[in-house]
Design a binder for this molecule. Structure first.
Ligand code: COA
Ligand code: ZN
Length: 311
């Protein structure tokens, strides 16, 4: 495998699909995963362990996680919103679990029906359950609405930094800072992420941006300035928010890879392969809007694809 400067993690199967009306089959989801690995995307959030009645798309979480574990070279992770979800993910045998809570108490109440403080306590129980396992499971924690909230408005930096410290103390082995609603701007990202990086020390930090207001890639640049080297993206920018009409989803994986590679930052990802997978997914999800400048305009003729996989 190529040396990587930046790690791109695919969240389209989770963050993207949770907003999509069409329910994909487990086989389709697993084909998506396998082809992403072939394209060089080895870190994928493959599903979410939430109650099927909350998100019917993830009723097959066990099947997808089990299938993903059988894909060579894939580091499969799943999102969990509570202890029960974490236990389900541990039981399936996943080696990576992503917990999420919101810096905005109001958003947390709406998303997981408990206060942020209660979610912190839930995380402590999850970390204890992880410690009881007789295998290594990497437990990551995400801080959602870290740059602002559609319900509560401004989110104080100190709230985010306090949560980062608390989650690391409680056993988080990786922290993701998320702009859940697409409120962040580059100056804000640079300022917050510098502080997060200083606070986290050796604990890996990732950023999760939404391109709701067109600043997604600018925010990636700002986070890079602050030293962040891992980003979530979703193929075709899949996703959105049912409470925000015309909102887009996560930053687009293929455009993000292009931006990084064009500047000489290696991702290990073959963009043309991503574009081929995107076409398949577009056909599976009729009527679902996808975003992406590279899919529309093509790669520049001057672009040297150093990651192209030689078949
Ligand atoms: N997976 C499957 N079932 C679960 C579950 C999970 N992670 N968590 C709870 N349940 C079940 C409980 O066993 C219980 O079942 P029962 O009615 O048969 O006894 C039922 O769901 C209610 O449990 P409770 O603990 O009261 O949950 P809740 O109704 O307060 O909902 C969450 C809490 C966290 C499960 C729910 O709000 C949720 O899934 N939120 C996530 C939403 C999301 O996906 N957001 C986007 C990503 S951040
Ligand atoms: Zn998101």
């Amino acid at each position: 495998m190529n040396e990587r400067d930046v790690q791109i993690r695919e969240v389209g199967l989770r963050d993207g699909l949770q907003m999509v009306r069409t329910i994909l089959t487990s086989a389709q989801k697993l084909e998506w995963c396998a082809r992403m690995v072939d394209a060089g995307v080895t870190d994928i959030e493959v599903t979410s362990f939430v109650p099927p009645k909350v998100v019917p798309q993830f009723a097959d979480a066990v099947e997808v996680a089990t299938g993903a574990l059988a894909i060579d070279g894939l580091h499969a992770a799943a999102l969990v919103p509570n202890l029960k979800g974490a236990q389900r993910a541990f039981d399936v045998g996943l080696n990576k679990v992503h917990y999420v809570l919101s810096a905005s108490n109001e958003h947390n109440l709406k998303n997981v029906r408990r206060s942020t403080a209660e979610s912190v306590e839930d995380f402590e129980r999850i970390a204890a359950a992880r410690d009881e396992l007789n295998r290594e499971v990497m437990l990551g924690a995400g801080v959602a609405t870290a740059f602002g909230c559609t319900i509560a408005g401004k989110v104080d930096e100190r709230t985010v930094l306090g949560l980062v410290e608390t989650l690391i103390d409680a056993g988080a082995q990786e922290i993701t800072i998320a702009d859940t609603v697409g409120y962040a701007n580059p100056a804000q990202v640079r300022a917050l992420m510098r502080q997060v990086m200083a606070l986290a020390g050796p604990v890996p930090i990732a950023c999760h941006f939404h391109d709701t207001r067109g600043l997604g890639l600018a925010n990636v640049m700002a986070a890079l300035d602050a030293g962040v080297r891992a980003f979530d993206g979703s193929l075709g920018g899949l996703g959105g928010c049912p409470f925000a009409p015309n909102a887009t989803g996560n930053i687009n994986t293929e455009d993000t890879v292009f931006m990084l590679e064009a500047q000489g930052l290696r991702t290990g990802i073959d963009i043309n392969r991503l574009l081929a997978i995107r076409e398949t997914i577009a056909a599976w999800l009729p009527g679902e809007p996808l975003t992406g400048a590279i899919a529309r305009a093509g790669l520049p003729a001057t672009f040297v694809d150093r990651e192209a996989v030689v078949a």
